[in-house]
Structure formats: structure tokens, C-alpha cells
Design a protein around this ligand. Structure first.
Ligand code: HAM
Length: 428
């Protein structure tokens, strides 16, 4: 029979293996540490949601909802979707769990995979990892400032290099509709110079004209009216207060009137963190304020602000190699079949005492087994052969210094005693 073919991962989906996975774990560990200091608790969210949740929150005319969602009918006919982002899910959980009543000013952070059927390229995947934080129940600029200071602190703690914060205000229900009409009128006046996508945006979502990446459109839109010049007085005051707080904390940022964000729930503060040197997909984080979202999802009028960091891209900005894998401290070498049981028992007890221990089964010469232990970077080989078993001793070979020590091997010794002989000076 011919061997069956191997099966490749689905396009745009990938695995993260050691040592890279150790860095991802470190990103999550650092998030827990930094975000906890700011009063955030972790939420572990559902990965599948009702499709309607995203249609209602992200906006029917956004790229994500129009063409990027992994949606399917569950066996009972329910229309469900693999979450393309987590803010909508956080708000759903906030309402469903009753947190909205118990703790209106909730602070929640999350980490996990998101799914968007985009065209895969460097830094853009169909399954990607986000670490995000959402602050509900606060509409004051201090909330935005705290969140941004926390985000920039997090990026510094994990060692993200060459990152820049870009900030904008998108206005609110009072001033944005009129501004949107100005952009539409401006776009109509320059229709001939705009790309086909922008022609569609003109009808459905004219603000997206502002972040089109096509050179010709960018040249036109550079002269478009700017939201910041058309903010209502409340939005203007909010943005000014936020900037003053960021200045006070020494956070550097550029005001970028072209940040409109790809999801419709935003109002007022919108921001992105851009990284140099990681290719075209250079936004490592994005977020902003979404004061109407809770109400749009059936809840009371509760404001919110949040961000998500793209871990796949973050990893590209942190160019330091993951620390070399720490090898086992000791490797137990069972030289013959009889030594397998005692060797396994010994290794288990040491492992449960927290020592990294390798275990090599018989079948090769002592020399080959020692080489295997050496290759793993072990400091010590614990040799168990017939001779050792008969004498109730193990031979310890110091692989660094090349010396042998012979030690009595009480097979039922407590882990603390074993520890003392594999790691002299260490205590359990
Ligand atoms: P977003 O800008 O769509 O915002 O995504 C946030 C970050 O996720 C991006 O800056 C990027 O680093 C990463 N990302 C997005 N799509 C991909 C992809 N296909 N491949 C790799 N990385 C990707 C949100 O998702 C909002 N929920 C953020 C937020 C939270 N706003 C308020 N609260």
C-alpha cells in the first residue's frame, strides 16, 4: 500500500512551535502582569458567536462583515461565526453575565485567536492572535489616557521596537454625520481620480476613503476636509484633555487625521500603533472608543474604550531571539531493560520535584546514550546499568567536567534527597 499523503494546514492558518511559542507565552504573561496593575481582570471568551453579533456591532458595510467572516449554519440552523475580533464578544458577555449591573465600570482583558478571511501575506493571517483590553462604563478622557499609557507600557515591557502611536478623533453622533457628508461631497467632486473600491465606499461608507492605500486616492484625500477641524465642542474638549494627559505622562504620539479604523463602532478617540521594519502590515495594535456599542447590542447607554494588539506582528517587532531552550538538568540513562522501571521512577520523582529530567531507554551503547544526554545540554547523566542496580548505586557523570561520581541509590529516597544529589546545593 502506498503511504497516504501528508495533510497541510489550511492556507492562512499556521502553528506556532517552540521556541517561538515561548515568546508568545511571555507576551501573555507580561499582559497579565501589566494589565493587572491597571485593575483589569482576564476574560476567556467564546470563540464562536451568533453571526448577528458582528453584523450589528462591526457594521454591515465593513470589509470584515461583508467578506471576511468565517460564518456557517450550525446543525440546528443557527447562523454562527468564528469571532473576527473580541470587542463585540466582550460586550455580549458584559451584558449577558449581568456585569453591566454589578460592575458597570468593568475592566477586562483577553488573549486568543481571531479569524478573518483576508488575503494572507507577511503579518496577515486568517487565524491570528490578539491580546486586548476593554474598559467599559467610562467616557472621560482619563479612561482613554489610562488605556493608552497601559498599552504603551505593555509594548515597552515586551520589548517592541520602533513603535509609534498615531491618534485621531472620529467625532461622535453630534458631529460625525455632517463630516461624513463633507467627505462624501469631496469624494464625489474627485470621483474620476479615485479607485473602484473608493467608488463603492462613496455610496456605502465614505469615511473609508480616508484610509485607502491606493497612491492616487491618498493624493486626493490628503486634501480632504479633516474631522479634527469639524469636531463639535464636546469632542474637541475630550480630545484636548486626552492629549494633555498623554503629554503629562510623556507618551509620544502623532495626530493622524487618516486613521478611521476598519470597524464601524468607533467614535471620538481612535488610534493605531505602527511599527517600522515589519513590512506592509505594520499596525501592531489598534483601538479606540465605542460609546454607542453597548446600546447597539441591546444594553443601556454605557460607553467603552479598548485596544487589541496583534501578537503575530508584535513578535516581528521583538527581534531578540527567544532564550535558548533550557536543556534538562539531568538525563537518566537506562542501560538495560531491567533499569527501565527504576529509571522511570527516579525520573518521575525528580520531575515532580521540579527538576528538568530527560530519560533515555536502553538499546544503544553507553557512549551513544551519553552523547544523546550531551546533545540535550544536560549537566548530569544518571547512569543505571546492571552493575549499578546490583550494587544499589547510580553512577553520576558530570557532563560539564567529565567526572564520574558513584552514589548510593536509595530507590525510594524522597525527592529532596534526590535533589541534593542531582543539584548539589539545591533544596526541594
Ligand atoms: P483591529 O485593528 O481590527 O481592531 O485589530 C487589532 C490588531 O490585530 C491589528 O492592529 C493587527 O495587529 C491585528 N490584526 C488584525 N487583523 C490581522 C490579520 N489578518 N493578521 C494578523 N494580525 C491582524 C480590533 O480588532 C478591535 N477589536 C480592537 C479594539 C478593541 N477596539 C476597541 N477595543
Amino acid at each position: 500500500m502506498p503511504r497516504p499523503a501528508t495533510i497541510a494546514a489550511v492556507k492562512g492558518f499556521r502553528d506556532i512551535l517552540p521556541p517561538e511559542s515561548r515568546r508568545w507565552r511571555e507576551f501573555e504573561r507580561a499582559a497579565a502582569e501589566v494589565f493587572t496593575a491597571y485593575g483589569f481582570g482576564e476574560i476567556r471568551l467564546a470563540v464562536v458567536e451568533r453571526t448577528e453579533l458582528f453584523a450589528r456591532s462591526l457594521g454591515e458595510t465593513t470589509d470584515v462583515v461583508e467578506k471576511e467572516m468565517y460564518s456557517f449554519a450550525d446543525r440546528d440552523g443557527t447562523a454562527v461565526t468564528l469571532r473576527p475580533e473580541a470587542t463585540a464578544g466582550v460586550v455580549r458577555a458584559y451584558l449577558e453575565s449581568g456585569l453591566v449591573h454589578r460592575e458597570r465600570a468593568a475592566r477586562l482583558w483577553y488573549a486568543g485567536p481571531m479569524f478573518r478571511r483576508e488575503r494572507p501575506q507577511k503579518g496577515r493571517y486568517r487565524q491570528f492572535q490578539q491580546i486586548g483590553a476593554e474598559m467599559l462604563g467610562r467616557d472621560d478622557p482619563l479612561a482613554d489616557a489610562e488605556l493608552l499609557v497601559m498599552l504603551m507600557r505593555y509594548l515597552a515591557v515586551v520589548g517592541a521596537r520602533d513603535v509609534k502611536l498615531a491618534l485621531n478623533s472620529l467625532g461622535d453622533a453630534a458631529c460625525r454625520p455632517a463630516y461624513r457628508e463633507r467627505v462624501r461631497a469631496f469624494g464625489e467632486a474627485h470621483r474620476a481620480a479615485l479607485c473602484a473600491d473608493c467608488h463603492r465606499r462613496l455610496e456605502r461608507n465614505p469615511l473609508r476613503l480616508l484610509d485607502c492605500k491606493v497612491e492616487g486616492c491618498r493624493a486626493v484625500m490628503a486634501r480632504a476636509p479633516r474631522m479634527l477641524e469639524h469636531l463639535c465642542s464636546a469632542c474637541r474638549a475630550h480630545f484636548a484633555a486626552l492629549r494633555a494627559l498623554l503629554d503629562q505622562e510623556g507618551i509620544e504620539y502623532a495626530v493622524d487625521p487618516h486613521i478611521v479604523r476598519g470597524l464601524d463602532y468607533y467614535c471620538r478617540t481612535a488610534f493605531e500603533v505602527l511599527a517600522a521594519g515589519i513590512g506592509a502590515q505594520n499596525a501592531v495594535a489598534g483601538g479606540g472608543r465605542y460609546d454607542g456599542l453597548v446600546a447597539a447590542l441591546g444594553g443601556p447607554d454605557v460607553p467603552g474604550v479598548g485596544f487589541a494588539v496583534g501578537v503575530d506582528r508584535l513578535a516581528e517587532t521583538v527581534r531578540v531571539e527567544a532564550a535558548a531552550p533550557a536543556g534538562p538538568t539531568a538525563v537518566v540513562l537506562a542501560l538495560e531493560e531491567r533499569a527501565v522501571g527504576p529509571g522511570f521512577a527516579l525520573a518521575t520523582r525528580l520531575r515532580h520535584a521540579g527538576v528538568r529530567v530527560g530519560l533515555e531507554p536502553p538499546g544503544r551503547s553507553l557512549k551513544a546514550l551519553l552523547r544523546a544526554a550531551d546533545r540535550q545540554g544536560a549537566r548530569l547523566a544518571v547512569i543505571l546499568g546492571g552493575e549499578e542496580l546490583a550494587a544499589g548505586r547510580a553512577t553520576l557523570r558530570d557532563l560539564v567536567r567529565g567526572e564520574d561520581r558513584r552514589l548510593a541509590l536509595p530507590l525510594d529516597a524522597p525527592a529532596s534527597a534526590l535533589l541534593a544529589w542531582v543539584e548539589p546545593g539545591a533544596t526541594a
